[in-house]
Design a protein around this ligand. Structure first.
Ligand SMILES: Cc1ncc(COP(=O)(O)O)c(C=O)c1O
Length: 402
């Protein structure tokens, strides 16, 4: 992969970091990939709007969006100003701050299932809270899960006791039949079905989520939506608003506060009130900076057509790249819905990594799911689609799609 850009400082720092930080990062998806040595920027120095700059000074149009939370754009003035103003009053106190009430009331107004609301810091942690509540409410142990719900809820592999592994069953997106089988095989044992949408085939949600609603109701189990990616993106109220299916509980994070750490679990009041005896509690649960950012972000979602812009820019990106693929007669293409399209390249992870590398050398930062933001303009997306087209053409010229 020929590139005029240098990412030398990045890789030097990354090679130093592995001496003190396993994987050189706190987030697996941020780990620099060895096949992209000399191409991938391991460290980002700053961002502004839809662009970021690495520590070697290279500029990129950013579709990784901090891995999802940057829905409005980097350094979005209304959010950053709100955080600065809140800093003047203090960050966290030993009694709640009034902003907790304010943000909870707004979320209850915006999210269909949210009769009541509670705050935590990360998405995975809030999903664990929802799972705990569902078990306490139903008096049942078994959970059927669909999709990634954060590392604390990954219940297989080393470090997870066998007994715990037996209380989770991970099932695929889009087809109700394995869930029906599970309810038939374990009658009265399933506390909840917990669903994160599959992105490439997300339109299957119309039937699948409706089926899950009906199935859980019939068996006295709760339905939980992981809206960590879909919330404030597909619609303000997430997949439940877009598909018109209301779960008993749901979790929102990422876009809720444009990157300042905050998550919430929300839902039916009679389930949520079990937090008293389940005792879900965290020192940082009501930190005011995340909540100040959320209040400003929620105001922006309500006052400006953010969701419309995400759809428009996402559609432009999908159409632009898919047109290049069609012109070149090659397989990679965007699938799913415009605010979070998935770049699919069937069968070959190495080729996909290579495409990301080729895009990086042309100043475009891609991810498995791409995240258009409110700060991506039409010209930015046109520039990115052209660069991705060039990347695909270069790969085709090498015979990589033969
Ligand atoms: C659908 C989904 N659920 C849960 C999580 C975990 O959230 P967090 O990393 O904030 O714990 C993620 C993170 O990427 C996610 O995409």
């Amino acid at each position: 992969m020929a590139t005029a850009r240098s990412v030398e400082k990045s890789w030097r720092l990354r090679d130093r970091a592995v001496q003190s930080i396993p994987l050189a990062t706190q987030t697996h998806s941020k780990a620099a990939r060895e096949p992209l040595r000399g191409v991938e920027p391991c460290y980002i120095a700053r961002g502004d709007g839809c662009r970021v700059w690495d520590i070697d000074g290279n500029e990129y149009i950013d579709f990784r969006g901090g891995l999802g939370p940057i829905t409005l754009g980097h350094r979005f003035p209304a959010v950053d100003d709100a955080v600065r103003r809140q800093l003047e009053d203090g960050v966290i106190f030993s009694y709640p701050h009034p902003i907790e009430v304010d943000v909870a009331e707004r979320l209850a107004r915006l999210i269909p299932c949210a009769e009541s609301v509670r705050f935590l810091k990360t998405g995975g942690e809030a999903m664990a809270a929802a799972h705990r509540l569902a078990r306490a409410f139903t008096g049942r142990d078994l959970l059927l899960t669909c999709g990634y719900h954060g590392w604390v809820n990954r219940m297989s592999g080393p470090g997870v006791p066998e007994a715990t592994q037996g209380t989770y069953r991970s099932l695929p997106w889009g087809d109700a039949s394995p869930y029906e089988d599970a309810f038939r095989d374990a009658p009265g044992e399933i506390a909840a079905v917990s669903v994160a949408c599959g992105y490439a085939d997300i339109e299957r949600g119309h039937a699948f989520l409706t089926d899950m609603r009906e199935l859980t109701k019939r068996h006295g189990a709760l339905l939980i939506f992981d809206e960590i990616v879909t919330g404030f993106r597909l619609a303000i109220g997430g997949a439940q608003e877009y598909f018109g299916v209301t779960p008993g509980l749901a979790v929102f994070a990422k876009g809720i506060s444009n990157g300042v750490p905050l998550s919430c679990y929300v839902g039916r009041a009679n389930v949520m009130e079990r937090v008293a005896d389940v005792s879900i509690s965290s020192t940082f649960g009501g930190d005011t900076l995340g909540l100040a950012a959320a209040r400003a972000a929620l105001d922006t979602y309500e006052q400006e057509d953010v969701i419309g812009a995400l759809w428009e820019r996402g559609n432009q990106l999908m159409a632009g790249v898919n047109a290049h693929c069609a012109r070149l007669g090659i397989p990679p293409r965007f699938r799913g819905l415009a605010p979070m399209p998935e770049l699919t390249l069937p069968g070959c992870a190495a080729l996909r990594t290579r495409l990301e590398g080729e895009a990086l050398t042309r100043g475009v930062m891609l991810y498995t799911v791409c995240y258009p933001s409110f700060s991506h303009g039409e010209a930015d997306v046109a520039e990115a689609a052209a660069a991705i087209g060039d990347a695909l053409e270069a790969m085709q010229a090498e015979g990589l799609f033969a």
